[in-house]
Design a protein around this ligand. Structure first.
Ligand code: ZN
Length: 290
């Protein structure tokens, strides 16, 4: 299963190529301006080759001579660099991002964060988690008192975070996050999912109406993600088509692995119990409410 590390890794591979191309172009331009330096660098390389050949041939004299010439050119190069104020590391490939040195991360251990330069990798991971429609939602525009209900929002955020951290448990790892329409349930969930992914864990977001159309890779994520959010959950939809059995399978798989699943719904637990597919109602009975 792909965590954000996978997407960062892809980005880093591409960046290694970009960096080399950029560096080669830089050196070419640099040599055009400093032909003397190019001549010396070429000479150093050629004497290194001569020396190696001499070693292989067992020719001690030739080996010594190559070494001497090389040292002499190196000395001239040093003087040239000093005289022209050229830093001695001009040959080094410099990182494209100097904040993370192209590793993709800043900070260590618990403080480790994805570097800003990896925005694209982040977006890809969010997309893969099912958040393709929520590109504008992020922790920066998170409003604590959305709908003038600061206390509730804080309570929900804290609870969801604890569930993710496995500091809260329920009998079958199922949770019902129920609240009225337009109370920002999706928003709170999406912000948390993005944080979870940013930490290198996996989360998945699906709308319940799409449960029958999951691709194979999405199904794997839905079954194995560290946290699964099922949004717009409704009792009536559990009895439509194969929805009930698909959901039942997912819940059994996840419960077996002790992975939390969170239903997001406008319906009350009583409604869900009364009107859901009987297998699903049997599980909702033991779920915890948020
Ligand atoms: Zn960076």
């Amino acid at each position: 299963m792909r965590t954000i590390d996978y997407y960062i890794d892809l980005e880093r591979q591409q960046r290694n190529v970009d960096r080399t191309i950029r560096h080669e172009a830089f050196i070419e331009e640099f040599y055009a301006k400093n032909p003397e330096l190019k001549r010396m660098d070429t000479e150093i390389v050629s004497q290194r080759t001569n020396k190696l050949t001499a070693i292989l041939d067992g020719d001690f004299e030739a080996q010594k001579s190559a070494e001497l010439i090389k040292q002499r050119v190196e000395q001239s190069k040093k003087e040239y660099l000093l005289k022209h104020n050229i830093p001695s590391n001009y040959e080094d490939e410099l990182p494209i991002c100097d904040k993370c040195n192209d590793t993709g991360y800043v900070g260590e251990n618990q403080q480790r964060k994805v570097c800003r330069c990896m925005q694209e990798a982040k977006e890809q991971a969010f997309n893969a988690a099912g958040l393709g429609n929520f590109t504008r939602i992020n922790a920066k525009n998170y409003e604590e008192d959305y709908c003038k209900n600061k206390v509730r929002r804080k309570e929900v955020t804290t609870k969801l975070t604890k569930i993710y951290q496995k500091k809260e448990s329920s009998r079958n790892n199922i949770w019902i996050y129920t609240d009225k329409i337009q109370s920002g349930k999706t928003y709170v969930s999406v912000v948390l999912i993005k944080q979870i992914i940013g930490r290198g864990d996996t989360a998945s977001y699906i709308k319940f109406e799409d449960i029958g159309d999951l691709s194979e890779s999405n199904r794997e994520l839905v079954n194995e993600a560290d946290v699964l959010f099922i949004d717009d959950f409704s009792a009536a939809l559990t009895t439509s088509g194969n929805n009930g059995s698909i959901l039942n399978n997912i819940l059994e798989t996840r419960s077996g692995k002790e992975l939390p699943t969170i239903f997001i719904t406008n319906e009350s637990v009583a409604e869900l119990l009364a009107e859901s597919d009987v297998r699903i109602a049997g599980k909702i009975k033991y779920a915890e409410k948020i």
